[in-house]
Design a protein around this ligand. Sequence first.
Ligand SMILES: *Cc1c(COP(=O)(O)O)cnc(C)c1O
Length: 495
Amino acid sequence: MVEYNDIIFEISRPGRIGSSLPESDVNKIDLKDKLPMHLIRDIPAELPEVSELQLVRHYTALSNKNYGIDNGFYPLGSCTMKYNPKINEDVARFDGFSRIHPYQPAETVQGALKLLYELQEDLAVITGMDAVTLQPSAGAQGEWTGLMMVKNYHEQKGETRTKVLVPDTAHGTNPASASVAGYKTVTIPSNEYGLVDLEELKKHMDNDTAALMLTNPNTLGLFEKEIVEISKVVHESGGLLYYDGANANAILGKTTPGKMGFDIVHLNLHKTFTTPHGGGGPGAGPVGVKSKLIPYLPVPHIEKDKDHYVLNYNQPLSIGRVKGYYGNFGILVRAYTYIRTMGPEGLRQVSESAVLHANYLRKRLEPYFEAPYSQICKHEFVLSGSRQKKLGVRTLDMAKRLLDFGYHPPTIYFPLNVEECLMIEPTETESKETLDTFADTMIQIAKEVEENPGVVLEAPHTTIIGRLDEVQAARQPILRYTKEEEAVRENEVVT
Ligand SMILES: *Cc1c(COP(=O)(O)O)cnc(C)c1O
């Protein structure tokens, strides 16, 4: 049987055609006046010559090698890989949403603007904020947008503050965004319970500190119980409190960052609100703010004027536009569809199930792995592979072994303050049977580490590619088709 793998160049036969394009109407002579000579091709590109069926099989084979939430369980912590309901796709494809143009006058796209306006309102309620912008296209861009508002807010008061505080369990985008926004970042160590050390915070909170960025529940899955006190400390010295709400799965309908004392929040619609993610997007990272920051929101802001929806550009203190047009509109339609299909009670159930699932899995796995913070968790929890490391098997090896059983492994080696960390987020959309089968597999791997470590150390055994030389894959990737023997030769030159 012919294998439709990555051999499309090898099944190519001269003259075989899989497409019928109309005759080109570009005049080659003309082109020569308009483009530099060296950019014009003399010889046609060497593309594979295959039939339409061969091409379809090629891409289907490639898609089968991919792994996504529609393939299987994906407990990647701090990523909320939950099911993307297909009704979201149906709605995003409505002609009235998919066939409009961002340059159309606002009067002709009132339905789209109404959806955006109502989404802003819904997210404001969900986060306990006073206003929301939908423009940022990712969590990280939301963070940067929020911090630019912080900066303008302080500057408007005649203050220049240079530092942003970030706990050591924070997502890597927090210090990165702070630094892109022009701040120095200061790391606040966690205490023995995995929470912000209040005494350390007090030491660093001064007139030079613009904001504290906090994730609550944090990336260990633990709720910052002292949040009210933390908020007091930050605000007393004139700082603002930033909420990283990328993973809001534990708080929906239960509490809000607004109630906890936060001034700014970003959400990841591509995590909590079921729009697809991975592979670079598109995503959406809306930002909500308390009223004192409304003047700094990006323009245009979508507002309601009687029964009419308008794009308001008239905000003199705005940080400006952060993304073209209205943001990633199709993603916003999906998130709106999700929120409206779930309703307030449905969203509350999401959080209850997400927390229940995480605690169920935690309890099943804790006898077999070290549990540095063994207590009730929120939507995710961490384990440590330190017990297995003593037997010569690392967390990386166990993650590779999970691939043999058809799972996407959990997040590993993050947060950084847990040795040999495994960070597991099961999400609410999985069945008890899936959680049990995954737990059985993890327990089996823990037993293999004791009885037959070789099988774990040499994993994966069933994937198309085994272990990569990750350094070489990053530094010398082979990104174009190369015949096998040439690929080997290229690698020899490198090593
Ligand atoms: C995913 C994540 C981010 C970054 O979001 P992107 O959309 O990937 O930029 C920030 N903080 C936390 C806690 C996250 O989990």
